[in-house]
Design a binder for this molecule. Structure first.
Ligand SMILES: Nc1ncnc2c1ncn2[C@@H]1O[C@H](COP(=O)(O)OP(=O)(O)OP(=O)(O)O)[C@@H](O)[C@H]1O
Ligand SMILES: [Mg+2]
Length: 224
């Protein structure tokens, strides 16, 4: 389903080139649960951004459900992202002026879903993450754990095939972090492919498959 072949990513900063990814090959099948670990600066977010179609590789091939992503136009890429991929960020990335309910409706707006259906589906997604009583709260009126739940509701409201989470518990205390991970695991049990970047070694042990990246290369893979 996700097939990366010899992916490189080089950032050019004037005369300096930063080789963030140096030949990464990875396959993730439908329904899998994968943890990506590695030190700061090793290329984890760069890899996630490429998998999530927020960025394109410098070289290599990326096929998503059989389609070569590198050949798509920006518009097609945005549409693919909207239809197939949910992304959860460490810093939640909610729109501060919108309520929880409105934030979760945003991807449906881009997908061209009608207002009434947008409202219903967003409310349902918020109930699914345990926030049925917080529809009208703005991000600054909620705890970090609740904001991350809103972000997860926003990611799952389009019913994506893939859910990508880059350090989803990085800004949360350990209890809220555990709740968020339990929620993500339950979504995986319902069939969503889940890839999570984490610094947390204990958390990584809960994943059946663990991929370690160092200096832009996959150095270890564990199936546990
Ligand atoms: N937009 C950018 N422009 C230039 N260099 C970048 C850019 N984004 C990332 N880099 C560089 O690429 C390398 C990989 O960065 P990346 O964010 O993927 O690391 P990471 O593994 O996610 O680290 P962390 O655990 O700290 O989040 C780093 O050396 C970083 O400085
Ligand atoms: Mg990162």
């Amino acid at each position: 389903m996700i097939e990366l072949r010899d992916i490189t990513k080089t950032y050019r900063m004037g005369k300096i080139a930063v080789h963030a990814l140096r030949g990464v090959s990875l396959e993730v099948k439908a329904g899998e649960l994968v943890a990506i670990v590695g030190p700061s600066g090793s290329g984890k977010s760069t890899l996630m951004n490429i998998i999530g179609c927020f960025d394109v590789p410098t070289s290599g091939e990326y096929r998503l459900e059989g389609k070569e992503v590198g050949r798509l136009t920006d518009n097609d890429l945005a549409r693919l992202r909207n239809r197939k991929i949910g992304f959860v960020f460490q810093k939640f990335n909610l729109l501060p002026q919108l309520t929880a309910w409105e934030n979760v409706q945003v991807p449906l707006l881009y997908a061209g879903v009608r207002l009434q259906e947008r409202r219903e589906r967003a409310a349902k997604a918020l109930r699914q993450v345990g926030l049925g009583d917080r529809l009208h709260h703005r991000p600054n009126e909620m705890s970090g754990g609740q904001q991350q739940r809103v972000a997860i509701a926003r990611a799952l409201v389009t019913r994506p095939s893939f859910l990508l989470a880059d350090e989803p518990t990085g800004n949360l205390d350990s209890n809220s972090g555990r709740e968020i991970m339990d929620l993500l695991f339950s979504l995986n049990e319902e069939g969503t492919t889940l890839i999570v970047v984490t610094h947390d070694g204990l958390l990584a042990k809960r994943f059946p498959r663990l991929v370690e990246i160092r200096d832009g290369q996959l150095v270890r893979e564990e199936v546990q």
